[in-house]
Ligand binder design. Structure first.
Ligand SMILES: O=P(O)(O)OC[C@H]1O[C@H](O[C@H]2O[C@H](CO)[C@@H](O)[C@H](O)[C@H]2O)[C@H](O)[C@@H](O)[C@@H]1O
Length: 362
């Protein structure tokens, strides 16, 4: 990876305790696939209203969010086409992206589940393919690159198996630099929560063991309660179980992802902040000659898309087959298209490097 001389400045994180109620950037309302944007906004507003009227882990809100992440119908063709005009394919628009990257240092940020690996029922077997690994290796050879994931760093490092990358695990709360030394930590803004998270993990395992198919995953600084394999009739009792445990922990907050409830410390930290931290650490912050690209599929990736959009530099690429409200500029359908995009990026970089080498010789 290029530019590996990271400056360690944990103080730059600007971490502050957030109120127990999540802030707007992390509202746990999942854009329901297949809904027209107006009805989506209306529904979102209604859910938000209820959310703000109740406690952060009110069961009915949690169940609504669980249902919203499980769409009942496919999008209409015209609705999909309208969405694609707003968020065109990053493959079809590759030349446009290449033009934006011309003369700039591209930095690549990649989410893991649903972006590099396909969504599968068993989270422990969400491996990336050998081909995808080679594609990511190629990217890391030509650009500074990082994996930004909800998983714990150790697990995702094991899945990806590339020591040349930066890793930001636990939704960016555990950042590690490249190299084989897994202990080389750059930033852990929620370190003080480790004992609480370990305690809540045990409590959730105990509490949810009566729900067939429920599974609690320990992501070190955050926890995932998976309901992909839980019968929908049991979602409400499961939400109640989670809520009961969290009632004693007001400093933790609840969000939802793809058939998963995610529990994490209520600090003002997310994937967007992790990307900012990495850009600062690499000395790229605020530079107009740098183009960050962020590829992700999940609600939590929106924090990174939003940050790039707000700063007016960098491009978000949402991995989704279905229309979703998003701050990403472009879209890709699935991990296969992600792999194709990464290959094209590397080919583009190689072509540019060889033509500048030729120009230098003339
Ligand atoms: O930030 P990410 O890398 O996207 O991680 C988010 C969550 O991803 C994993 O769960 C998701 O993928 C599983 C495997 O395909 C799937 O079974 C589950 O339903 C999905 O939600 C991971 O297991 C979670 O801990 C992460 O929080």
């Amino acid at each position: 990876m290029a530019n590996q001389d990271v400056v360690l400045r944990p103080d730059m994180a600007g971490i502050a305790a957030a109120p127990a109620m999540p802030g707007s950037s992390s509202r746990a309302i999942f854009a329901c696939r297949g809904e027209a944007s107006t009805s989506l906004r209306r529904r979102r507003a209604a859910v938000d209203e209820e959310y703000h009227a109740r406690s952060p882990c009110a069961t009915s809100w949690v169940v609504q969010a669980m249902r919203a992440s499980s769409p009942a119908r496919s999008p209409a063709v015209d609705e999909h086409a309208a969405w694609m005009r707003k968020h065109p394919s990053a493959l079809a628009s590759f030349e446009q992206i290449a033009a934006a990257a011309k003369g700039k240092q591209v930095v690549v940020f990649l989410d893991y589940d649903g972006t590099l690996s396909r969504i599968v029922a068993d989270p422990d077997t969400a491996f990336i393919t050998g081909e995808m690994r080679e594609a990511v290796r190629g990217v890391a050879k030509h650009f500074p690159a990082a994996i930004v994931t909800g998983r714990c760093v150790e697990k995702v490092c094991g899945f990806v198996g590339l020591s040349e990358l930066y890793y930001a695990g636990s939704h960016g709360m555990d950042i590690k630099g490249p190299g084989s030394n897994a202990a080389e930590v750059l930033l852990q803004p929620a370190r003080e929560f480790l004992p609480v998270i370990a305690e809540v993990y045990q409590a959730l395992v105990e509490k949810t063991k009566s729900t067939p198919g429920a599974r609690v995953e320990n992501n070190k600084f955050c926890l995932s309660v998976h309901f992909r394999c839980v019968d929908e009739k049991r979602w409400s009792p499961l939400a109640e179980q989670v809520k009961e445990v969290l009632r004693d922990y007001p400093d933790l907050r609840l969000n939802e992802g793809r058939k998963v409830l995610e529990i994490r410390p209520s600090i003002m930290w997310d994937k967007g902040k992790a990307v900012e931290f990495l850009l600062q650490s690499l000395g790229f912050d605020g530079r107009s000659d740098v183009l960050p690209l962020y590829l992700g599929d999940d609600r939590t990736d929106e924090d990174a898309f939003k940050m790039l959009r707000k700063r007016g530099h960098g491009l978000g690429i949402l991995v989704s087959k279905c229309p979703r409200e998003t701050d990403a500029s472009y879209s890709l359908q699935d991990p296969t298209e992600v792999m194709e995009f990464l290959h094209r990026l590397v080919r583009w970089k190689r072509r540019r490097s060889s033509s500048s080498a030729m120009r230098a010789r003339v």
